[in-house]
Write a protein that binds this ligand. Structure first.
Ligand code: DC
Length: 221
């Protein structure tokens, strides 16, 4: 099986580009961030602090997570409800980052992620795919952009959806998430030694996509 691991900080465009490229290559796109978001959402729905590891661990036996592919897009179901939209809220992203620091949560998801890659060709994105989940991935990419570049893009995206937001808050959220994701003790976000860096700080979305595609294709041989 062929596996392409794409890691990087939040807001670097991983999901949108990975989804598109997976479709073009005929691979299955696996969005691991969505799995952490679903656990974060479940904690919030149950009135628990997502940073409370004991409370979150106690919830896990009651959580059934299903990943279904519908028209090439990944849909995620939490205890029988499709939460693919609900998990996109900012607050859920923060909750995902908090639960992602917890060993019980990471252990809970690891098998699911590895099994998905064992059964089909995948393009999997996340924070620790090249370092922990698929250390033998065929191709590893570290997709990044500066925090200000990511904040500018995120602000535009939010404004496009009619969500009230200001640059300083969006930048602060991105920096906080970067800090949490790179400083946690378990599976922190970091570039795998054998990953190829793709930095999109100074290029637009189409050029970023072309660069990512070219880098992956050249490594697939
Ligand atoms: O990629 P994303 O923004 O949907 O991810 C949300 C959070 O989930 C991210 O801030 C950290 C966590 N996460 C993780 O710890 N490991 C992954 N492989 C993917 C996401």
């Amino acid at each position: 099986m062929i596996s392409v691991a794409i890691d990087g900080p939040s807001g670097a465009g991983k999901s949108s580009m990975a989804k598109r490229l997976a479709q073009e290559l005929g691979y299955t796109y696996v969005d691991t961030g969505a799995m952490y978001r679903t656990i974060g959402l479940f904690a919030l729905q149950n009135g628990k602090d997502p940073a409370d590891a004991a409370a979150v661990a106690a919830l896990l036996p009651a959580l059934k997570l299903d990943i279904k592919l519908e028209g090439g897009a990944q849909h995620i179901w939490l205890n029988g409800t499709d939460v693919s939209e609900a998990i996109r809220a900012e607050q859920v992203g923060m909750a995902a980052s908090a639960v992602g620091a917890q060993p019980a949560v990471r252990a809970f998801l690891l098998d699911t992620q590895r099994q998905l890659a064992a059964r089909q060709n995948v393009l999997m994105d996340g924070r620790d795919i090249g370092t922990v989940v698929l250390p033998d991935a065929t191709v590893k990419i570290y997709l990044t952009a500066s925090a200000p570049a990511r904040a500018t893009r995120r602000l535009k995206e939010l404004q496009g959806k009619g969500v009230q937001a200001d640059y300083a808050t969006v930048l602060a959220d991105i920096e906080q998430r970067d800090y949490q994701d790179t400083h946690r003790a378990i599976a922190p976000l970091k570039q795998a030694a054998d990953a190829q860096v793709v930095d999109t700080s100074d290029i637009g979305i189409e050029d970023s996509y072309a660069l990512l595609k070219k880098t992956i294709l050249s490594r697939l041989g």
